[in-house]
Design a protein around this ligand. Structure first.
Ligand code: SF4
Length: 413
């Protein structure tokens, strides 16, 4: 039976939930006595409840490890620095951190010439590709909540992955807003292209080729004073940038006579935040490298999965501070993991390559931090709920960068 009590007030608001890119900031957390799983207050969001249950308010027992053996932080940092200093081409993956962690990650990437790709890199590249090629009209959650009349979900029901999405849009609170799913006609490429043609008047809604559902939707879009087309890049197939470009065509057409915008739901686990930080520090998004040829951006070649499969990298640094997912791949190469204590390898797990694990604090649980929300223009502070005694990613990476520099300088002296 659900323990959700809609009348309950947040125990200690405001708390900003870091577990999906909606970054809800009106709920609270019941800490309970140390050793009991944290509980969400004010919402029954299953994603947040599951994530909070991985923390229990007591200092974690996970220690750093080198090759499956517990050690102190200095020993783990020394081993990680040796691996990175010896690497000819490191790969930084996962990238589950916050603004401060991303800044430190960028410095280490420059020092080592690492390629950086987040855990959901392909989904992120769909949106970046469309933005680079065509640009786009986007909006914020606040504007959707106060102004939107019609919300069209272009990929799937957003609440499956973003459970509070409709509540954040004011659905159920305002009478003059409603949401609907895109009626499919063939695959998503066909459906969105056909809708774009109808909205633009290239095909009349009454044409025999036009299914009734799409015809009716096109008329509602043209009549609405403010429509928002919502999509999840993570649900798009290969070449999904083409679908986002078609969505932007619909939005641009509507904006000639009424008002419309798009809203992308994605970039969780810190991916959008790290991308923003890398873009403002380097001018380039992720899937980039500061290497011997200067700054390089390769949206296809710098795909982490492809690089690992091709053996094009020789050391993996994986960062995942929000939970035990996304987990690092079995890379068949030296691996350094900066992660939630749940990612700690089992003692004695054998590997042919050196493995370093450093448990780190989770922004919004064991340490303060900052994350960008899914709408891209809103940066929210995260507040620690309790002192967990773990180092944060930024501190670990800054020490790692210093150690790598020292090792390299020692070699040239
Ligand atoms: S919808 Fe996302 S941000 Fe909001 S409470 Fe759930 S997991 Fe947290």
């Amino acid at each position: 039976m659900s323990e959700f009590d809609p009348a309950a007030q947040p125990a200690d608001p405001p708390w900003t939930c870091p577990f999906c890119p909606l970054l809800c900031d009106t709920f609270g957390v019941d800490l309970g006595p140390p050793g009991t799983p944290l509980k969400l207050v004010g919402s029954d969001c299953p994603r947040a409840r599951t994530a909070l249950a991985a923390f229990d308010g007591s200092p974690p027992t996970a220690q750093p490890q080198v090759d499956g053996r517990d050690c102190d932080l200095d020993t783990a940092l020394a081993a990680a620095a040796s691996l990175l200093a010896a690497s000819r081409q490191p790969l930084f993956g996962g990238l589950g951190t916050d603004v401060a962690g991303a800044r430190a990650l960028y410095a280490l990437a420059c020092e080592t010439g690492a390629i950086c790709d987040p855990a959901q890199g392909q989904a992120m590249m769909h949106g970046l590709r469309a933005l680079q090629d065509r640009g786009g009209f986007t909006t914020t959650l606040a504007e959707v909540r106060t102004r939107a009349e019609l919300i069209v979900c272009m990929t799937a029901d957003p609440t499956a992955r973003y459970p509070e999405f409709f509540r954040r849009c004011g659905i159920g609170e305002r009478d003059d807003v409603h949401a609907e799913m895109l009626p499919m006609h063939g695959d998503l490429f066909d459906t969105v292209a056909l809708l774009a043609a109808i909205v633009a008047g290239r095909i009349p809604p009454g044409d025999d080729r036009v299914p009734a559902g799409l015809a009716a939707l096109s008329m509602r879009l043209r009549a609405s004073r403010y429509s928002v087309l919502v999509y999840e890049p993570g649900r798009l197939p290969a070449q999904g940038a083409l679908i986002i470009e078609a969505i932007q065509r619909i939005v641009a057409t509507l904006n000639r006579s009424t008002r419309a915008a798009s809203l992308s739901l994605g970039g969780g686990d810190g991916a959008a935040t790290v991308n923003q930080v890398f873009a403002w520090l380097s001018g380039l998004p992720l899937r980039s490298r500061a290497g011997p040829l200067g700054l390089e951006h390769e949206p296809l070649c710098f795909d982490a999965g492809r690089l690992l499969a091709d053996g094009a990298v020789d050391t993996l640094l994986w960062v995942s501070s929000y939970g035990s997912e996304p987990a690092p791949p079995q890379a068949g190469m030296p691996r350094i993991v900066l992660g939630h204590p749940g990612l700690r390898p089992r003692n004695g797990a054998a590997s042919a390559h050196q493995q370093v694990f450093i448990p780190v604090a989770t922004p919004g649980i064991g340490t303060d931090g900052h994350l960008f929300r899914t709408d891209g223009s809103v940066l929210l502070p995260l507040r620690a709920l309790y002192e967990d005694g773990l180092p944060n990613v930024g501190d670990v990476l800054r020490r790692l960068t210093q150690s790598v520099k020292s090792l390299k300088q020692g070699r040239v002296q």
